[in-house]
Design a protein around this ligand. Structure first.
Ligand code: ATP
Ligand code: MG
Length: 222
């Protein structure tokens, strides 16, 4: 039985059967501006009162948005941000976070936003790295999956999307490694100006295509 942690939004937790599962990778993908970072920041900030949240950040999170969501929360320092500016930094950061995590008391969750951002940009360099080290992204995902299991924490991995030729459907980037390893996959879909659906793509105990509605507000998501 996997326990769950709250998304920080009661109606999302209720819709998801309690929240985000511990001990597994949950993948969240969606188009630019769909609300992936808002979802992650909201979850991190609402859970920071219970312990540490590790947050690997490739986009340079907005301090302004963090303040809007956290308000006067004093537990914001429980969120440990690891800023990753390039794929080289990512190659160093993932093992570092994996080493740091077990030494920290009370880790509630690990968030990786966005796992494929640099990977996608540095395509040429990646080929070179792969020749030298094998498939580095698959290796990172495997390491993070082991961390989720060993520490019994949720690992939330944000992914970007692409659109296939002649299709309007968006697909997650990065091949099958993440979609196999992630035991829960959700897509965030825009349904209106601030209205969003978290759509179940793959889950062990929720029906496919189930939609959980939320809105992006001035102070987070609700
Ligand atoms: P990307 O793929 O580019 O990283 P994302 O999926 O992470 O995008 P977010 O940055 O989480 O997207 O969400 C952007 C959305 O959040 C925009 O629609 C924006 O209007 C909305 N948003 C940001 N701040 C506020 C606010 N203070 N009030 C209402 N909506 C906001
Ligand atoms: Mg984002």
């Amino acid at each position: 039985m996997n326990g769950r942690i709250s998304t920080g939004v009661k109606r999302l937790d209720d819709c998801l059967g309690g929240g985000i599962e511990r001990g597994i990778i949950t993948e969240i993908y969606g188009e630019a501006g769909s609300g992936k970072t808002n979802f992650c920041l909201n979850l991190a900030i609402r859970n920071s009162q219970f312990g540490n949240v590790l947050y690997i950040d490739t986009e340079g999170v907005s301090g302004e948005r963090v303040s809007q969501i956290s308000g006067n929360s004093e537990t914001i320092s429980n969120i440990k941000f690891f800023r990753v500016r390039s794929y080289d930094e990512q190659l160093e950061a993932v093992p570092k976070v994996i080493n740091v995590a077990p030494a920290l008391e009370n880790v509630i969750a690990l968030i990786f936003d966005t796992v494929t951002a640099h990977y996608r940009v540095e395509r040429d360099r990646r080929a070179e790295l792969r020749k030298r080290y094998g498939n580095t992204l698959t290796y990172q995902i495997e390491m993070l999956n082991n961390l989720a299991i060993n520490m019994d924490i949720p690992v939330i991995m944000v992914n970007q999307v692409y659109t296939e030729k002649n299709s309007i459907d968006v697909m997650p980037v990065g091949g099958s490694a993440l979609s196999h390893m992630a035991k829960a996959i959700f897509m965030i879909q825009k349904v209106g100006q601030n209205r969003r659906d978290l759509v179940v793509i793959k889950h062990r105990s929720l029906p496919e295509h189930k939609k959980c509605a939320f809105i992006i507000t001035g102070t987070g998501i609700e």
